[in-house]
Design a protein around this ligand. Sequence first.
Ligand code: FES
Ligand code: FE
Length: 380
Amino acid sequence: MTTTGLPDSLIATLPGDHYTDPEIFRLEQEHIFESMWFCAARSSELSKPGAFRTVDVGRESVLLTRSRDGSVKAFFNVCRHRGAKLCTQESGEVKRAFQCPYHAWTYDLNGKLVAAPNLTKMPDIGRTEYGLASVAVREWLGYVWVCLAENPPPFEESVIADVVARLGDVESIERYDVESLEVGRRIVYDVRANWKLIIENFMECYHCATIHPELTEVLPEFADGYAAQFYVGHGAEFGTDVQGFTVDGSEGLDRIPGVTEEQDRRYYAITVRPQVFINLVPDHVIFHRMFPVAVDRTIVECDWLYLKGVVESGRDVSRSVELFDRVNRQDFDACERCQPAMSSRLYAKGGVLVPSEHHIGEFHDWVQDRLGTRANLAER
Ligand code: FES
Ligand code: FE
């Protein structure tokens, strides 16, 4: 028996309130989503100067745009005058500036205050001082990552280190040239479940045999319940008769040139904390970003990325999209099935993790360490 009173083969999960308590969700927003690097958008959504996208990161709205020199900029989406939300659209394009709809303060693509009614009569207003407040921004793998922390942790020591810990090295993912792939399909899922249920589900394959008939057909080793991401750098092998990572195992599309023989006919899955899952297969990359919007609701944006030539040629990508779209729906249904029961009094102390799920315990420890709730739990 362990100190928790459970047999050695079992580990306790988080208590139910970690999935239902708005106060715990607030702590997660502050100490996780507003403190770590957060993958916000695909760089190609900001295809030219003035193109913009707004995203919610924790409790903040962030405005992403591209300036004239081609670099991506990120700002708090808050007017510096009286605090109106500057940009209310999710995406769009401005010619050369953002104008606040309230009193028309106007900011250029670098965030500088360039115009305001009667500005000449207000010489004390510093154009930079009252410009938009910048947010730290980086581009990697063709995505825009932002960090709202006052002192952002070095990207290499957080995001890159996380990938290395899971994949063994960063070259294994960079070989897929994710940056130059194109979005062949994007599907946005509105999942009525806490973000941690989605991560926990993604981390284990104990459920694969029960709910993923198509996936276990393509990746037979998933049927035994041990997920591919258990051990660093392991990729699950396609079944012998499987030609490609498609809903019916039929042939896939053009292989990404950098994929090695070792990586061919294999599927790799990586989670990058706190809100990204990446799946790598020889002819495409599936990139999930989660946006936790409430304690019991998470928006998931999922991109299917292919070689530029494949997307431009208009070739049919639907069989590969359909495989993981089905997997996603099967997974999110399972998460939505758990969410209501998280507030059952029966689940007040949580459930258990069986051996093939024990690595989820490490995720729970990480969450509690970030929130500072581990000590409180020990006292329960
Ligand atoms: Fe934006 Fe006044 S609040 S211009
Ligand atoms: Fe699954």
